[in-house]
Design a protein around this ligand. Structure first.
Ligand code: A2R
Length: 315
């Protein structure tokens, strides 16, 4: 099986590539100045193709040269906070990029299964009586990023219905683990602790909104879910990938702090607050479980330990 991962240099792409290498030929898209740190350890085992998904010509060329059996479409402007500052870039990369990919598939001679990486941010505003969130919940996105992921989701549905493309939409809730970008709260807190322990930072931890609740899954469980999704799920359908358990950001912070012997003061930083924030994200993954038998295996405590160790070991 030939698998193409768009966005292989990212957090999820690197873990997915590792997972797929056991029984796939793995191809991945990179940009001319992509940092390869996340995939350095597997660089010799994957085939890299220079592609920018905003450029229809370049993605068309990639599909024609690889002729994949499966595509995992991960490439995106993936950070919610940034989407408020760069809405146009977020919408262009995520929406037009997805259209470019699916048009490239449509005009090619292959008809691969295409996983589209949606997000729990599509649900956005969730009422207290709507948790745990099912796929049938109204989509009320609260950020340009959320809007872009709703559009990707709808485009995947439409291309399946209109043209018979074999799309599968995954709506992953928060996923964490080693290599998570330091713009995300889990990773940012872990990095700050590692820096304090190394003595390169004062023992003060800067935080944003600690009251929000999130449903966290280990990224290694998530990529296992993506690999199952392309094998077993119905085309044109969306599936939640989550743990079904929610953590307050403050409890996640306290957990991380409990792994360190340092005394650390916690201070709120207004710059880290979003213009509108999703208060609670708690998912229901029973639809996906029924199709695939998947359930998360790695406890959150382990995920956070591994994330902290990742930052501790980074020189
Ligand atoms: O920044 P780069 O050059 O390393 O590549 C990133 C890639 N990417 C693009 N690739 C081609 N053309 C573009 N215009 C373009 N813009 C971004 O997407 C990187 O390889 C990947 C994003 O990686 P992360 O930011 O680490 O995202 P993560 O957490 O791996 O999320 C994967 C997917 C995304 O669709 C999220 O929105 C979703 O899962 O949650």
């Amino acid at each position: 099986m030939r698998a193409l991962i768009t966005g292989i240099t990212g957090f999820v792409g690197s873990h997915l590539a590792e997972h797929l290498l056991a029984d796939h030929d793995v191809y991945g898209t990179i940009r001319w100045r992509s940092r390869l740190d996340n995939i350095n350890h597997i660089k010799d085992r994957v085939k890299l193709i220079e592609t920018d998904i905003r450029d229809s010509y370049s993605i068309e060329k990639a599909i024609k040269s690889v002729e994949p059996d499966i595509i995992f479409h991960l490439a995106a402007q993936s950070f919610v906070h940034t989407s408020f500052h760069a809405p146009q870039e977020t919408l262009t990369t995520n929406i037009v990029g997805t259209v470019n990919l699916l048009e490239a598939v449509r005009s090619s001679s292959v008809n691969p299964v295409v996983q589209i990486a949606g997000s729990s941010e599509e649900y956005g505003l969730v009422l207290p009586n709507e948790t745990p969130i099912k796929e049938t919940n109204p989509l009320r996105p609260l950020s340009p990023y959320g809007v872009s992921k709703v559009a990707e989701d709808m485009i995947a549905f439409q291309y399946h219905k209109s043209y018979g493309l074999k799309t599968v939409i995954t709506r992953a809730f928060n996923h964490e683990g080693p290599r998570r970008g330091d713009v995300f709260s889990t990773s940012n807190f872990a990095k700050q602790i590692a820096e304090i322990e190394k003595g390169v930072k004062q023992p003060v931890m800067f935080v944003g909104n600690l009251n929000a609740s999130r449903d966290f899954t280990d990224v290694r469980d998530v990529v296992r879910a993506y690999a199952l999704a392309v094998q077993k799920c119905d085309y044109g359908e969306a599936y939640n990938i989550c743990s079904g358990r929610s953590w307050k950001i403050n409890d996640m912070l306290q957990l991380l702090l409990s792994f360190s012997k340092k005394k650390i003061e916690v201070r709120q930083d207004p710059a880290r607050m979003r213009p509108s924030d999703v208060e609670i994200l708690l998912g229901d993954y029973s639809k996906f479980h029924k199709k695939t038998g998947w359930q998360p295996k790695i406890p959150f405590e382990q995920t956070m330990k591994d994330l902290l160790d990742y930052w501790r070991n980074l020189s």
